[in-house]
Every structure is written in structure tokens, then in C-alpha cells.
Design a protein around this ligand. Structure first.
Ligand code: IMP
Ligand code: MG
Length: 178
């Protein structure tokens, strides 16, 4: 039996501060417009709520549940749409809100799919990014939170085997023989 050890990588206050900045940037860029936020579940839920509270232009929400096949700490690149959006994107200014970009395959797939639905604009906001791990070159994050090293992280919506999503900080996971 392996024991999981979580070490703090980004404190709650640091994350809070960065989300304030992102909220200000987004509010400025979309001034005079309204914004349609797409929360990518499950990981993006906490971040979407915190970000939305700091956006001052009118906001609407929709939720999409995508999962990449596989478990543990590696994504497979095969993206399954578990729950699609409820509403059309046509002529809307759309912002995809993600927890983390790793290889980029999930978002690459999602962007191709959502562009076909004719939004007025489509941008990405991601709390975390592991640039070292990128395997695609067509994912541009307009609103990046933090670049982090190539380590598996949990908290603030991110899970390891569905656990730790509720941690108010971002932590790395390591394993120790119990
Ligand atoms: P990608 O398709 O490789 O970019 O993987 C993106 C998805 O894999 C994210 O939306 C997460 O759900 C998951 N993921 C990638 N890295 C981590 C991590 O360090 N912790 C938890 N989930 C992760
Ligand atoms: Mg995700």
C-alpha cells in the first residue's frame, strides 16, 4: 500500500491574487460585451467559480464534461465527451475555462469541435500549464494562470483518482511506502 503525500506548490493566497489579475484582464478585454464561460468539468469547476466572481462584464455559463480515457497520472489523448454543452455558441464571445494544460491534446480536440459551432470569438483561460509536456502546437492560452514544472498536481479542482479536488491550494503528489 502506497501512502500519498501532498506538498504545497501554490498557496491559496497566491492563487487568489493571480485570479484577481486574470479577472481584471478579462473584464478589460471584454468591456462593452458579455462573456459566455465554458467550464470544463470536473477540474475546472472551482477555478471557474472563483474567476467568474472577479469578472465585471455580464457572464453566462455552460458546462462540458470531457474525460480523456485512462486513469492514474497520464492522459491518453483520446477525448470522450461525457456531457456536451446545453446551449449554442453561435455569435457568442466564448471563454473556455480549464484547470490545467498538460499535453494540450484535450484542448486541441475541444477547440476544433467548438469552432465549428461558430462563436464570435473563442479564447482559453487555464489556471495551470505544464509547457514542457506540450505535444500539440495549436493551443494558445490567452489567459494563463501559472506555469508549473512537470509534476502531477492536485487541489483547486484537480484530482488524483477523484480525490483532493477540494484542497484550497495546489499541491504535488508523491508516494511513500506505508
Ligand atoms: P492534456 O490533454 O494532456 O492537456 O490533459 C489535460 C487534462 O489531464 C486536464 O484537464 C486534467 O484533467 C488532466 N491532468 C493533466 N495533468 C494533471 C495533473 O497534474 N493533475 C491532475 N490532472 C491532470
Ligand atoms: Mg481538465
Amino acid at each position: 500500500m502506497k501512502k500519498e503525500i501532498i506538498s504545497v506548490l501554490l498557496k491559496e493566497e497566491e492563487i487568489d491574487q493571480r485570479i484577481n489579475e486574470l479577472g481584471e484582464m478579462i473584464s478589460r478585454d471584454y468591456e462593452g460585451k458579455s462573456l459566455h464561460l465554458i467550464c470544463v468539468m470536473k477540474g475546472g469547476v472551482f477555478f471557474t467559480c472563483e474567476l467568474a466572481k472577479r469578472i465585471t462584464v455580464p457572464v453566462t455559463f455552460d458546462f462540458m464534461y470531457v474525460s480523456s480515457y485512462g486513469s492514474g497520472t497520464e492522459s491518453s489523448g483520446i477525448v470522450k465527451i461525457v456531457k456536451d454543452l446545453d446551449e449554442t455558441l453561435e455569435n457568442k464571445d466564448v471563454l473556455i475555462v480549464e484547470d490545467i494544460i498538460d499535453t494540450g491534446r484535450t484542448l486541441s480536440h475541444l477547440i476544433k469541435m467548438l469552432k465549428q459551432r461558430r462563436p464570435a470569438s473563442l479564447e482559453i483561460c487555464s489556471l495551470l500549464d505544464k509547457p514542457e509536456r506540450r505535444l500539440v502546437d495549436d493551443v494558445k492560452v490567452k489567459y494563463p494562470g501559472f506555469n508549473i514544472p512537470n509534476e502531477f498536481v492536485v487541489g483547486y479542482g484537480l484530482d488524483y483518482d477523484q480525490k483532493y479536488r477540494n484542497l484550497p491550494y495546489i499541491g504535488t503528489v508523491s508516494f511513500e511506502e506505508a
